[in-house]
Design a protein around this ligand. Structure first.
Ligand code: HAM
Length: 411
């Protein structure tokens, strides 16, 4: 679990601001849900046999003996809230986004943490494949706006309760004949969660499943048509993508369209964003039979990918260097007034020497320094240094604030 410190946090804020701005344009409203939910919510939605539920949840009993879990993802809590607050009665289509911490007890490595942050978006109530393409368009738009390079959008279809069971059985039969080549994990889970084997990183599993049957060849008519239309809409919007028939998501609620935004630059944690359709989830959780689709991006991974292009903290506009009590008093009043008008102004609070005050102005990368010394006060003037141009001018104290506001506006 990481601290996010000044210097890094500016990049986080930038990503969050861009997400808010872009998601708003696509009609999404923010929803904020608690970080803790009943454990049962995640078991029912993500699936009992998934890695997340089997081994990665932070689960505890509260003082009344309820089993609670720190949310490992955002979709289930948002759907719980959607149902509980009957949001479908307000609007038959809900477009919601969220950002915040998620918790998974995974083995930490680059790009994988136990507390991490997601920015996610969900749409409830639209079956039409146009919404799949819209959600992907918004995701791709975000990546373009924040200038994250070298990413590829991969899509797949995982079918529906009509076509997936037959495919599952086919896959189990296929895996059964190759059991001894599979890793220990996959030998254990090939019956309960055979699709996961297709996604296993172990060399033996990869080789053994090279010619495994593909879900895409076993979709029912409805799913085939839906997937073809999603692809058609993506083509209409000129959104590049690759079909990855081996993509299997680590959560059980998915149906039909699934997708990931992957990168080559983060080692094995290569998914920066992921999501898909979950048409049965709202009903499974006790709500009306409404379909859903959404995604979540991993903010830590986005920040890692920004690499050298991190957002710099803003420069200080004005440092007020004052010598003597009366100068410090006047500088303090002036600084406070500039701050109230939204300017980044700073001064020394401890009566340090001019030299040490100027050092601090340098450290804060001040654009301007105003020197108010005893001599200057006696002359009813101050010295304004432009740190980039290397120039300085004496300006009268009368009308000083107006003149400073004029200069700072030009920054
Ligand atoms: P997920 O694939 O489990 O999907 O996570 C989405 C993204 O969160 C990943 O692509 C990755 O960027 C980030 N992420 C996941 N685990 C970690 C971790 N331990 N450390 C750092 N980043 C991580 C979901 O969570 C679904 N709720 C997405 C979704 C929304 N599907 C439909 N709607």
């Amino acid at each position: 679990m990481n601290d996010i410190l000044p210097g890094e946090v500016e990049t986080w804020q930038h990503l969050e601001e861009q997400a808010r701005r872009i998601f708003r344009a696509y009609g999404f409203a923010e929803i904020r849900v608690p970080v803790v939910e009943k454990t049962e919510l995640f078991c029912r939605s993500i699936g009992e046999t998934t890695d997340i539920v089997e081994k990665e949840m932070y689960t505890f009993s509260d003082k009344s003996g309820n089993s609670l879990t720190l949310r490992p993802e955002g979709t289930a809590p948002v759907m719980r809230s959607f149902i509980q607050n009957k949001l479908h009665n307000r609007d038959p289509i809900a477009k919601l986004y969220y950002m915040g911490p998620m918790f998974r007890y995974e083995r930490p490595q680059k790009g994988r943490y136990r507390q991490f942050h997601q920015i996610g978006a969900e749409v409830v109530g639209v079956d039409d494949p146009k919404i799949d393409a819209q959600v992907l368009a918004m995701l791709v738009h975000f990546f373009e706006e924040v200038a994250i390079p070298d990413v590829e959008l991969q899509i797949n279809s995982l079918g529906c309760p009509e076509c997936r069971p037959a495919f599952r059985n086919l896959l189990i039969d296929f895996l059964q004949e190759r059991l001894e080549s599979l890793c220990e994990d996959c030998q254990r889970r090939y019956r309960t969660n055979p699709l996961r084997v297709l996604d296993c990183k172990a060399k033996g599993c990869r080789e053994a499943t090279l010619d495994a049957p593909s879900m895409l060849d076993h979709l029912c008519g409805g799913c085939t048509g839906h997937f073809a239309q999603v692809r058609g809409h993506l083509d209409d919007l000129a959104i590049p993508y690759a079909v990855n028939p081996r993509m299997v998501r680590g959560l059980d609620y998915y149906t039909k369209t699934t997708f990931e935004v992957v990168t080559g630059s983060l080692g094995s944690q290569n998914a920066v964003a992921a999501g898909g359709r979950y048409d049965g989830l709202v009903r499974e959780l006790g709500g009306p039979p409404l379909s859903g689709i959404g995604f979540a991006m991993g903010v830590e991974r986005l920040v890692l990918m920004k690499g050298e292009a991190l957002v710099q903290p803003p420069r200080l506009e004005l440092f007020l260097a004052a010598i003597g009590d009366e100068a410090a008093r006047q500088a303090f009043i002036l600084m406070s007034s500039l701050q109230r008008r939204g300017h980044r102004a700073e001064m020394d609070y401890e009566g340090k020497s001019l030299k040490s005050q100027l050092r601090r102005a340098d450290k804060l990368r001040a654009c301007h320094v105003l020197i108010l010394g005893e001599d200057e006060i006696a002359r009813q003037a101050a010295l304004l240094k432009d740190m980039d141009a290397g120039t300085q001018e004496e300006i009268p104290l009368a009308g000083l604030e107006e003149l400073l506001l004029e200069r700072l506006r030009r920054l």
